[in-house]
Design a protein around this ligand. Sequence first.
Ligand SMILES: [Zn+2]
Length: 292
Amino acid sequence: MSFVRMAALAAAAFLFALPHAHAQRPPIQTTKVSGTDNVYVFRNGGHQAMFVVTPDGVIATDPVAYGKPDGGRQYLEEIRKVTDRPVKYVVYSHHHFDHIAGGKAFKDAGAVFVAHRNAAVRLKALKDPHTVLPDQSFSKFRTLELGGTKLELRYMGVNHSDSTLVMRLPKEKIIFLVDTIPVGQFPARGFIDIDPLKTETFIEDVLKMDWERMIPGHPGPGDRLGTKDDARNMLQLLRDASAEMKVLAQAGKCWEPAEKEFALPKYKDWPGYENGLPFVARRYCGVWGRGT
Ligand SMILES: [Zn+2]
C-alpha cells in the first residue's frame, strides 16, 4: 500500500473515529476547564454540573442524578479523585429535578445546600423523594467565598424557570447557566417550561455581564463550552420564533393550523431542529394565541 493511500486511510479512520468516540464515551466524566486552576465539569449522561476546588473545600453544583440512584454518590467519588477536601456547598442551578435530584450523598457528607428562594418554596411543596431540600436560600444576590475563590450567585428574573441562578466566577470570567441558552443546538422539549418574552430580557441582561465562557447544563457539540455568540444566537432565535408565531396567532390560527405552518428555515441545520420545533411552536402559540 502506498504511503499516500495509507495516509488517506488513516485520515479517514480519524474522521470516522470522532463521532464514534463521542458515542462510546463513558457515561460519567470529569473534565478540568482549560485555562483554570480549579474549575471542573462533571458530566453524567446528557447532564452536567460545575464544581470548584479550593484549599478550604469544594463548591459543587447540581447533582444531576435524576433516574440514576447512584449518581450523587458517583459525583462525590469523582470529586474525591480530584481532592480530599470536604464539599462545603451544593448550589442548585434551578429547581428542575433532572438537574438537582440525587444530592443525598453530599448531604450525608455535610454539605450546605443553597438555592434561589423560589426553588426552596417549590421543592418544599413538591417533596420529591430524591431531591434534598435547600438549607439556605436568597432572593437576588449572594457571593460564596471559599479558600480564595469567589462564586457569585445572581437571580436575574424569570427565564427557563423562576428560580434559575446565573453563577459567575469573576476571576475566570466563567458562568454556569442551565437550560436557558442551549449551546450549538436548537431548543428541545424543555422549551415548554420557558417564559419566552421574559427570557429575551434575561439574555440581554446576561450579555451585559462580564464573562467569556459558559458551562451549560447539557453538553454542547464536542463538549464545547458556550460563548456570548451562543447567547446572541439564542436571543435572535427567540425573536425570530416570536415574530413568526405572532403573525399566525393573530390571524386566529393557534393551536393547530399555526403549529402546522410554523417553521424557522433559517435554523433548519441546527442540531435538534426537527425535534424541537413543535415545542417552540406550542409555547409561542401559548404566548400570542392565548396570552399565556
Ligand atoms: Zn430545567
